[in-house]
Write a protein that binds this ligand. Structure first.
Ligand code: FAD
Length: 185
């Protein structure tokens, strides 16, 4: 299972069938890239359309490419293999399951913030990322609009969406939390 689709991963997919999960631009770009080496690419999309999640130039190219199959209403429910991936089981909206032989599953989802539960507590931007720092008149770049609540990493609006920066923000924020706790004491 891969979380990136670069030359490194592509060389293990030569002439094979591969599965890409996701309905956003990163999934579409991965499918276009992988179909250059793979025999067939299945793109699994949970929704009914790509219209709201992917640029139309990209979805048009995907639909037109004979090496790519876009399956809507599809979810991965099982992966199996011994010392490497061998099969992926896909469930459609009606509940029917299909098991396909594949050596590679590309997971290209996870960029949407899960912040619905924070609405009304801290200010969010129009995409649901948590606003911090100067955008909410807070002194700390990680402080939210609610004193005592901090946000770091991907969920923070304007952050660099990378592992290293998220870990870095997580370590730096502790001194800000500490200062807040001490000021309150
Ligand atoms: C497909 C893909 C490929 C990527 N490739 C790279 C790459 O090659 N290099 C790179 O540097 N970065 C990459 N990234 C970005 C990287 O994964 C993120 O920047 C990083 O994981 C962010 O770390 P985080 O701790 O902020 O958030 P996350 O890793 O998303 O962690 C947040 C955690 O909070 C949990 N959570 C969510 N809601 C709640 C809740 N209500 N209660 C409790 N827990 C909750 C989630 O389950 C998750 O475990 C990629 C991202 C994606 C989606």
């Amino acid at each position: 299972m891969y979380y990136a689709a670069t030359e490194n991963e592509a060389r293990y997919c030569r002439d094979a069938e591969v599965v890409v999960v996701g309905g956003g631009n990163s999934a579409g770009q991965a499918a276009m890239f992988l179909c250059r080496v793979a025999q067939r690419v299945r793109l699994l999309v949970r929704g009914d359309s790509l219209a709201s999640s992917m640029s139309s130039y990209l979805s048009d190219r995907l639909e037109a490419d004979p090496a790519i199959t876009v399956q809507y209403g599809a979810q991965v429910v099982r992966v199996a293999g011994d010392d490497q991936l061998e099969t992926v089981t896909i469930r459609d909206r009606a509940g029917a399951e299909e098991t396909v032989d594949t050596c590679a599953l590309f997971v290209m989802v996870g960029a949407v913030p899960n912040t619905g539960w924070l609405e009304g507590l801290v200010r969010l931007d129009d995409k649901g990322f948590v606003l911090t720092g100067s955008s909410v008149d807070a002194a700390s770049p990680y402080a939210t609009s609610c004193p005592g609540i901090f946000a770091v990493g991907d969920v923070r609006g304007g952050s660099v969406k990378r592992v290293a920066s998220s870990v870095g923000e997580g370590s730096v924020v502790m001194s800000h939390v500490w200062a807040h706790v001490n000021a309150a004491a």
